[in-house]
Design a protein around this ligand. Sequence first.
Ligand code: CO
Length: 164
Amino acid sequence: MAILEVKKLGSEVLRSKAQKVPKVTKRIVKLTKDMLETMYATDGVGLAAPQIGENLRVIVVDPGDGPLALINPEIIQAQGSEVDVEGCLSLPGVLGYVERFSDLIVEYLDERGKPQRIEASGLLARILQHEIDHLDGILFIDKASGISGLAELQAKLGLAEDQQ
Ligand code: CO
């Protein structure tokens, strides 16, 4: 396993639409393991493949009760709404309040390529929506209100104020 570099705001891959995984190969399984290791090493609760520079529809999450890797995740049902604070490993120091669905059903492939379905609510539902957004090039700051720390991060990364 390996700890990978997490891409930061301004990185083009974070704004790209990720490709569907055609087949769950050994390489994909290794990718999920490396992503989990990277997520734990950086104290994250979720990570999407574009964040480590892989333009693939793969995410890993752990809301606190164990790791889960989802390949080609798709939200097939969503309801309710909840506002809470979010951050992102690609935007260190930035926080904002995001309205998300409170309850979801997500379909995905597991590491064996088997179709799975998960019902999620609360924190897990929030993490899944945040990570699935990454696969479509969407960052939480696109949807957040009351954002703090963004100007500081842009200055630190040498980005222009409108570079997101
Ligand atoms: Co994120």
